[in-house]
Design a protein around this ligand. Sequence first.
Ligand code: BMA
Length: 820
Amino acid sequence: MRRLSLNGRWKVECAQRQISISAEVPGSLYDDLLRARKIPDPYYRDNEKDCLWIGQSDWRFNREFDLEDGMPDRKRVVLRCHGLDTIATVLINGQRVGRTDNMFRVWEFDVKHLLKRGRNRISIAFVSAKKVIEAKGRQRHLPGNTLNMGYVRKEHCNFGWDWGLDATTGGIWRDIELLAFDTARIDSIAITQNHKNNGQVDLGVNIIIERLSRRRLTAAVRVRFNSQEVAVARGAVTGNRSDIGLTVETPQSWWPNNMGEQPLYEVEVEILDREGLVIDAQARRIGLRTLVLDRHQDVWGESFQFVVNKIPFFAKGANWIPADAILPRMNEKRYRRLLQDCVDANMNMLRVWGGGIYEDDVFYDICDELGICVWQDFMFACSTYPIFDVSFMKNVRAEAEDNIKRLRNHPCLALWCGNNELEMMNVGAGGWASGKMPWEDYSKLFDNLLPGLVKDLSPGTAYWPSSPHSTLGDRAKHRDPRSGDAHLWILGDREPLECARECQHRFVSEFGFQSFPAPKTVRSFAEKRDRNIASPIMEHHQRQPNGNLSIMEKILKCFRMPETFESTLWLSQILQAVAVKGVVEHFRSEMPRTMGALYWQLNDCWPVASWSSIDYYGRWKALHYMAKQFFAPMNITGLEDKDRGTVDIHVTSDRLESKAAAISWVVTDVAGNRFLTGKKNVRTPVNADRRVATLRLRTALDKLGDASVIVWLEMKVKGEPLQRNVVLFARPKQLSLSKNPGITHDVKANSDGTLSVLLRSQQVALWSWVELKGVDAKFSNNFMHLRPGMTESVTIAPARRLTLKQVKQKLMVRSLVDTY
Ligand code: BMA
């Protein structure tokens, strides 16, 4: 097998605009034009508007290349394009090779007959996907989406979304290469696992081979763990396949984050000819585990829980969107950082949402390494699709086959899901004329084609038609409490802090609330004159029509009017964190009835106000710090009941063994004076939630008033404080907190460049947060509650090395009262 990469320097031209510049492949037109100074930074202020012409123009990419000796003599030479965005004609030496119309597929073309020895020329001419969609829409409008984007297989959110800018990208966005071979090559590898009662794991390796000759071939499989060979086998190639069985005798199991390790096994596959010469070789990395979606009848209806190695676990995490609107800007480092942030926040699952992309291989590799399970949507979201078009269905089938084969061996893969929110929004009994897709048409794709392909190609992983979807009751009615997954979009409409407590669901796969990014992120796109929530630029960086109004309304419901622009930004983050925390704590306390909570959304694709917990520049919002707490393997929470005057203390634990824990409570007034204290030794529940105590606080409430009672909870294990939490009986705005809490800090430098800060406060200080002025940093915890006599320690890892003196100068600690 010979390979020639065609990545690197190309030329790109736009005849309509008389542009001819150099292009980086893989890459994006946006970046090429930026480098050539033809466009301004699209993420700055409202520059997006000055870039819209890019998506409305046609572009032609060209380059020359020299064929390596011997390549043209091979029997088959293919051009393999791993990602073309999107509608393109490919030419080699001026001759048409083929046409592409799906950015999610790998496109291969036979090109041997078009190649010359020595120098050759390749051109890829892209037409505007927007224009194609418009033309299709004129022929037949697809209801349910003004853009008709269902017609083109292109990342939906790059046409704009309620958190995404309109940056209609184009170009060669993934690798491109020539492959030349004679006898055969490996087409695909599928690895199945059978976990036997004796503890061994049988692997079935199915290798599909493309053969160009009848010569006898053998397949060899070697399994390595930590560079040691643990199993090896050979088998004949019959027709175009070889099925090889191996046994791993002492397997190390793969576990999601916080449940165990993530040992990975290397499976190397070789195809050999009669002389033992290696004709083609590929490797896959697997983890030994079973990971299934368990749906069984139970007292509440039908369970919806993931089970790993026979153990049900509560799925904790968020929804993942493309991490950059200009996709090729993503790289391993950025993926790793975001995914490590998930681990740091005690997550074990991400949902790759259907309006984005099937992510890069490296994303899934890192999820394998870190134990982040992936709920993988197929790329269909919030639209109707032309199921009636035979070529569309053929295209979608090929796309699904490509991606199932690419991703199926990853241990992180937990679920294939047909689409995002179609059943909830875009399908209806009245049919096309009613503005929706008819159920019969919908079924052809999501109840037949896709599950059929998953069953054939990825049989170990479950398929779920849509998110949300319910198996009981009327399918069109989502959010059935008895079964399936729910999207709980209520925080915006109702009381943000405790409304979820009325809801019972088996799994919540979306819920969330918006916030603004950190001041430093806002400064990256807004000039001084723009720094007002209602300015055109701040509104431009908010894509939910009522987004800012909703944030402001809820702020005023819960908190006091923030005094400055910056404090509005911070307060919006505190509000978001508290709202999402309430939902997660409620649903964790409902386990095993509820077995998962994935909030909307983890990340951003440009600097914007959104539901994310990490902003575009990777800065953690208050929510991400809070997630670390509310997703902790063992959590202590308090559910207050104002009418009864009680607080139910719950311990939720995902641990598989019970621990001895000491829980304690301190009831104070807003000045921090102790009214009541108590403690109790408990055994933590095993993979469950338990109410461990009920505090009766009628006397305290009557005496001090609802707005003056604060309940401080703590759980210690082996004498170490493990988790803390605070319960209020009133809105934070009703509390008369001291305006000068007197927070003090001691800073100590550690040998690894981090710093330890010990915080104390003379008065009650709620949501106290630490910052280093002008320097990005990661904090071990943040947005903490302090009271007299209590300490909180925070480890700071600054983005650049700072001396102790610099840190002391830059350290700022503020709390809720500083926002008004
Ligand atoms: C959900 C998602 C997205 C959307 C988000 C926020 O419905 O599936 O489509 O961005 O809500 O509105």
